[in-house]
Design a protein around this ligand. Structure first.
Ligand code: NAP
Length: 322
C-alpha cells in the first residue's frame, strides 16, 4: 500500500497521527530533524497501540531543502504537521520556518506527484483578529498585521495564506486541505512536555498561580489526528479549511481548572482558583459544523479531553508532584 508521509514525527500531534495511520494498517514515513529522536518516536507510536514495523523515519528540516524530495517520494498522501510551536519573539525562529517549511513541503509534494496535502494550520489563522460578536467560521482569516499579534499566531496566518497562494499559482494537480484546530489537549504519546501541554502541567504543578483571562476552544489531539485522516480521504474536502474543536461553548483557564479539580482530587490540588486581573475576554463562538457535517467527524467532549490530559501527564511521570 502507498506510504503516507507525516511531517513532524516527534510532535504531540505528529505521534498521534502516525499511530492512528499505522493502526489502520497504513505504512508511514515521517520526518524528524535528527535521527537522535528515532527511538523516542518509535516508543511513542507503540504507546499509541501501533506496531512501528511499518514506520520509516527520515530527516528533513523546515529551514532547508535537503531531504524533502526523498521524504515525499512515492507518497500520494502528505500530512504536514511540523511547525515551530514556540514562544520565541524572533520572527526568524517562528514565522520563517512555518511559512518556508510549508512551501518546501508543498513544492516537494507537487514534484513527486502527491494527490493531496493536508496541512495543520490553526484557529490562530482564522480568529485572532477581533470582530464584533467574536463568532468565527472557516470563512474568517486572521490579519497578520493585527496590532499586538504574537509571532506564533502570525506564523500560522502567514504560513496558511502562503500555502493557499502557492496552491493556486503553482500547486499543479496536488490538492490542498487545511485542518485548523483550536487549543490542542489530550493524551501525549511522546514522553515530553511539548507544545500546549505546558499550560496543563503549570496548572497541576501550581506554578500557574492565577488563571490567565483567555477563552479558547479545546481540540482533542486524537480527534485532530482523526480529522487529518478524514480530510485526506474525502474527495469533497479538496480546497477547504476545517475548524477542529469540541462541541459546546469555548472555555476559560479558570473553567479548565474547575474541571480538573472536580475530577482529579489530590492531583488537582494546586490548580488556580482565581483569575489574573484584567478585563473579561470576548466570549468566542467558533463553529465546527463543517467537519461534522461533511466529514462525519465526531469530537470528544472537552471535559473528557481535559481530564485525560492531566492523567496522561501523570502516567508519563511528567508532573513535579503526582
Ligand atoms: P509540537 O509537539 O511542538 O510539534 C511540532 C513539530 O514540528 C515537531 O515535530 C517539531 O520538531 C517540528 N518542527 C518545529 N520546527 C521545525 C523545524 N524548523 N524543522 C523541522 N521540524 C520542525 O506541537 P504540536 O502541538 O504537535 O503542533 C503540531 C501542529 O499543530 C503545528 O503545525 C501547530 O502549529 C499546530 N497547532 C497546534 C495547536 C496546539 O494547541 N498544540 C493548536 C493549533 C494548531 P522538533 O521536535 O524537532 O522540535
Amino acid at each position: 500500500m502507498n506510504r503516507v508521509l507525516v511531517t513532524g514525527g516527534t510532535g504531540y500531534l505528529g505521534t498521534q497521527l502516525i499511530a492512528a495511520l499505522l493502526r489502520e494498517g497504513r505504512p508511514v514515513r515521517t520526518t524528524v530533524r535528527s535521527l537522535e529522536s528515532e527511538a523516542q518516536v518509535r516508543e511513542a507510536v507503540r504507546r499509541g497501540g501501533a506496531d512501528d514495523g511499518d514506520l520509516e523515519i527520515v530527516t528533513a528540516g523546515l529551514t532547508a531543502d535537503d531531504g524533502w524530495a526523498e521524504a515525499t517520494k512515492g507518497c500520494e498522501e502528505v500530512h504536514h504537521t511540523a511547525s515551530p510551536m514556540i514562544l520565541s519573539q524572533d520572527p526568524d525562529e517562528v514565522i520563517v520556518p512555518a511559512r518556508d517549511g510549508a512551501l518546501r513541503v508543498l513544492r516537494a509534494a507537487r514534484d513527486s506527484g502527491a494527490r493531496r496535502v493536508v496541512l495543520t494550520s490553526s484557529f490562530a489563522a482564522i480568529g485572532y483578529s477581533p470582530k464584533p460578536g467574536a463568532e468565527y467560521t472557516e470563512q474568517d482569516w486572521t490579519d497578520p498585521d493585527t496590532p499586538g499579534l504574537a509571532p506564533y499566531p502570525r506564523s500560522k496566518a502567514i504560513a496558511e495564506r502562503a500555502a493557499w497562494d502557492f496552491h493556486e499559482r503553482e500547486g499543479g494537480d496536488t490538492e490542498l486541505v487545511t485542518v485548523n484546530p483550536t487549543f490542542i489537549l489530550g493524551p501525549a504519546l511522546i514522553a515530553q512536555v511539548r507544545s500546549s501541554l505546558g499550560l496543563t502541567k503549570a496548572m497541576l504543578d501550581g506554578t500557574m498561580s492565577a488563571a490567565p483571562r483567555q477563552r479558547f476552544g479545546v481540540a482533542d489531539v486524537r480527534d485532530v489526528a482523526d480529522l487529518h485522516i478524514r480530510a485526506m480521504a474525502a474527495p469533497e474536502a479538496a480546497g477547504k479549511r476545517y475548524l477542529a474543536l469540541a462541541d459546546g461553548p469555548t472555555i476559560s483557564f479558570l473553567g479548565m481548572a474547575r474541571i480538573l479539580r472536580d475530577h482529579l482530587g489530590p492531583l488537582a490540588a494546586r490548580v488556580p482558583t482565581e483569575e489574573a486581573p484584567g478585563t473579561e475576554p470576548p466570549h468566542l463562538i467558533i463553529h465546527n459544523d463543517r467537519a461534522k457535517s461533511e466529514l462525519h467527524w465526531s469530537p470528544r467532549p472537552a471535559e473528557t479531553t481535559i481530564v485525560q490530559t492531566a492523567e496522561s501527564l501523570r502516567d508519563l511521570g511528567l508532573l513535579d508532584h503526582q
